[in-house]
Design a binder for this molecule. Structure first.
Ligand SMILES: [Zn+2]
Length: 365
């Protein structure tokens, strides 16, 4: 049985600051032309995954009402237990075997005759072989299934995957929207901690939450900041041994950051309404949408991919530097940017990191 999406009251109201993709989605829903494979691209932590989950709620909501909804279906999506919504959010790659299972699922009718939605958060983690195995399904998923690919590095996807997807671009949100989001989390908009977090987040609601509400994350930022300033201000002529030590430290901080990211108890993938509920009833309101059944297995794999970790840490270092713009930090940011570009083009970590080290130590007043 087909549901009439227009009668579904739950909407994208909780998604702050993404007017363009939201308008397009509403239009596609209203005209019943939602494509089989959607690609949500744009900067990290701006609400792509939350939008994908909201779309799932809209497709499956049991009620006709507006705003926040706690019907059985919406709650199941929020807690990762909906039989027809698969949210695959992991830090490791999706291999060909797993993709075959997913493709097989795509061929099945869903339990209640409704559309099945499969969300790949961090779609760049799909291996080339797995993507190839899925190409035909992504192109023509069939009447009962839809895919949403979420990524902040669309260039890392196979061109053939990109060309088969309907792309929606997300962007950084405005200062006002970020303030609105902060208030949804119950934060005082005049509090200096709130303002500092807004400044740090620079347009990314997800980062705002981390900075404002995870002391572990703030600790990593502080220690990383000190480490970075140390190297920028060192007046020593760097030796090879220093570069080796520095590389070890780099991975150490990358580990700390990824651990903070993973253990954080924050509503990942929640929209502003979820965020409000989450902070209103601490410990009771769950937002844990990732639900693929081998998720348990994935969490026992201790390490994230090196590339992802290096990108995460480099992004953080750039953000720290951009908070106090001076000549030195501007140069350092461009060195970090070069490093990220090298990683994107699969240069050796070792060589790229060494060059970054000499690049950073070579910056003078
Ligand atoms: Zn609902």
């Amino acid at each position: 049985m087909k549901k009439d999406h227009q009668n579904s009251g739950i909407g994208f109201n909780g998604i702050v600051g993404q007017e363009v993709p939201v308008r397009v989605l509403n239009h596609l829903l209203a005209s019943d032309r939602l494509p089989g494979t959607l690609l949500f691209s744009g900067p990290g932590s701006v609400g792509k995954y939350a939008t994908a989950l909201t779309l799932a709620k809209i497709l499956h909501c049991d009620r006709v009402k507006t705003g926040y909804c706690d019907c059985r279906s919406c709650t199941a999506i929020r807690t990762g237990s909906h039989p027809d919504v698969l949210a695959i959010s992991r830090e490791r790659t999706v291999g060909v075997e797993e993709m075959r299972e997913i493709v097989a699922l795509a061929g099945l009718k869903s339990s209640r005759g409704q559309e099945r939605l499969i969300i790949f958060d961090r779609a760049e983690n799909i291996t080339v072989q797995a993507a190839n195995a899925a190409l035909k399904t992504l192109e023509e998923p069939g009447a009962h299934i839809r895919f949403v690919l979420v990524t902040d590095t669309p260039e890392a996807l196979l061109p053939t995957v990109r060309s088969r997807s309907y792309r929606l671009r997300f962007s950084l949100v405005s200062q006002e929207n970020l303030l609105e989001f902060a208030q949804a989390a119950g934060d005082d908009p005049d509090d200096t901690d709130t303002l500092k977090a807004i400044r740090f987040a620079s347009g990314r609601p997800g980062l705002y939450l981390r900075y404002r509400h995870s002391s572990e994350y703030r600790e990593v930022i502080n220690s990383t900041g000190t480490w970075l300033t140390g190297i920028l201000n060192s007046r020593m002529v760097p030796r090879i041994q220093d570069a080796l030590d520095w590389k070890a430290e780099f991975w150490d901080y990358a580990d700390k950051l990824s651990s903070a990211e993973r253990t954080m108890n924050l509503p990942r993938g929640g929209d502003a309404d979820d965020v409000r509920k989450f902070f209103e009833s601490p410990g009771k309101y769950i937002v844990q949408p990732a639900n693929w059944r081998i998720e348990g297995k994935a969490s026992s794999e201790k390490r994230w991919g090196q590339g992802r970790k290096a990108m995460l840490l480099t992004g953080l270092l750039r953000r720290i530097l951009s908070m106090e713009m001076n000549r030195k930090s501007v140069t350092a940011i461009s060195r970090l940017y070069d490093f990220m570009e090298k990683l994107r083009y699969n240069c050796s970590f070792d060589i790229a990191l060494e060059r970054l080290y000499y690049g950073l130590t070579g910056i003078t007043g």
